[in-house]
Write a protein that binds this ligand. Structure first.
Ligand SMILES: NC(=O)C1=CN([C@@H]2O[C@H](COP(=O)(O)OP(=O)(O)OC[C@H]3O[C@@H](n4cnc5c(N)ncnc54)[C@H](OP(=O)(O)O)[C@@H]3O)[C@@H](O)[C@H]2O)C=CC1
Ligand SMILES: O=C1Nc2ccccc2C1=O
Length: 317
């Protein structure tokens, strides 16, 4: 069958000009695994993660997501070296943590963070540098959204970050940046939790970003399949709907959920430790979910409230 890539952004590309595609994540689960390894006296570079990343590269991923808090920069640097892939053909995202319990601040400011990140990656630049979360006002430091963003712009102008963006921002946080900075310095990405059971992490955020040419990246895109460990939430809310669609399209539930994002011009970041699943997650271009099925996912998904990250953070905005 014909393979149609969905290009979610014409503007955001690798240095060599490849359009941005589905990313592979190295999220916080690795931080805990690595801490455990360190406690057992093993090297702090996880061979398991290096090998997972090499599988991702072999399969065709070239977009990798990380963050200060994940502690996975050394593994990414090592995997890139071993892969032999030209750095300019890759798209590497990292994030400045900020300072809340869920993503504690480990550097004084974005500049200190990025200098450390580049050293750990053994690279001269990241493709995208994000502010991990917007809740600086509750931080005890001197940082504000504005002071953080000014420094992000400096880092972009110095070429240390090719693009700058944000993560977990609500409309009010973006409006604050719009009021205080020039259009050419607005964030180009907002990475948020997104799936059929959380179609707006905060009120109206998807529509607002899309209207303002800010690409939405979806983290936890497979949440409806995995459910939540939190007993107050539905465990696997969309299982029967996804089974029906899997049969209709001859694709797995995970492939349906990734394609669901792409058809909304939202770019998923997904993670798997298993080769077969890693392969399947890029095999989502040779089918198309019909409009009525997209609508069914929207309707069925909105019957459940499933939020895995930053629960309660947007209630008083
Ligand atoms: N900006 C932010 O605040 C946040 C960013 N992130 C980023 O986003 C990335 C992705 O988020 P994450 O929640 O991991 O995304 P996913 O929704 O892709 O969930 C990953 C989990 O799904 C499992 N999985 C993968 N494929 C399948 C499948 N076919 N069927 C069933 N289970 C499957 C994986 O397990 P297995 O290994 O067994 O396949 C893994 O545990 C993170 O790694 C991180 O980089 C994440 C959270 C917050
Ligand atoms: O991967 C992540 N796991 C998290 C948990 C809490 C807050 C942010 C994150 C991540 O970015």
């Amino acid at each position: 069958m014909k393979t149609d890539r969905i290009i979610v952004s014409e503007e955001i590309r690798t240095k060599s000009g490849r359009p941005l595609e589905i990313g592979t994540g190295t999220g916080t689960q690795w931080k805990w695994l690595k801490l455990e390894q360190k406690e057992r006296g093993k090297s702090s570079v996880s061979e398991e993660l290096v090998s997972q990343l090499l599988t991702c590269f072999e399969v065709g991923f070239y977009h990798v997501d990380t963050a200060e808090v994940y502690t996975t920069h050394p593994e990414i640097g090592e995997a890139v070296k071993r892969s032999g892939i030209d750095r300019n053909d890759l798209f590497i995202t990292s994030k400045f943590n900020g300072g809340i319990d869920e993503a504690p601040r480990t550097s004084k400011n974005p500049r200190e963070a990025l200098n450390k990140i580049l050293k750990e990656l053994d690279m001269d630049f990241v493709d995208l540098f994000l502010v991990h979360q917007p809740f600086f006002d509750s931080d005890e430091s001197e940082l504000s959204l504005e002071s953080v963003w000014s420094q992000m712009i400096e880092l972009k102008n110095e070429g240390k970050a090719r693009y700058i963006g944000v993560s977990n921002f609500a409309v009010c946080h973006l409006e604050r940046l719009f009021r205080n900075f020039r259009k050419s310095d607005y964030p180009v990405v907002n990475q948020i939790e997104f799936h059929p059971c959380l179609q707006n992490q905060s009120r109206g955020i998807v529509q607002f970003c899309q209207k303002n040419n800010i690409l939405i990246e979806a983290y936890a895109p497979l949440a409806p399949l995995l459910g939540s460990s939190d007993d107050s939430q539905e465990r696997q809310p969309l299982v029967s709907v996804l089974e029906k669609l899997s049969t209709r399209y001859e694709k797995t539930g995970a492939q349906i959920l990734l394609r669901y994002c792409l058809q909304k011009s939202i770019l998923p970041i997904t993670t798997s430790s298993k080769r077969e699943r890693i392969e399947q997650s890029l095999d989502v271009y040779n089918f198309s979910i019909r409009d009525d099925d997209m609508e069914m996912l929207d309707i069925e998904g909105s019957r459940y409230a499933l939020q895995k990250f930053f629960k309660g953070a947007y209630e008083n905005l």
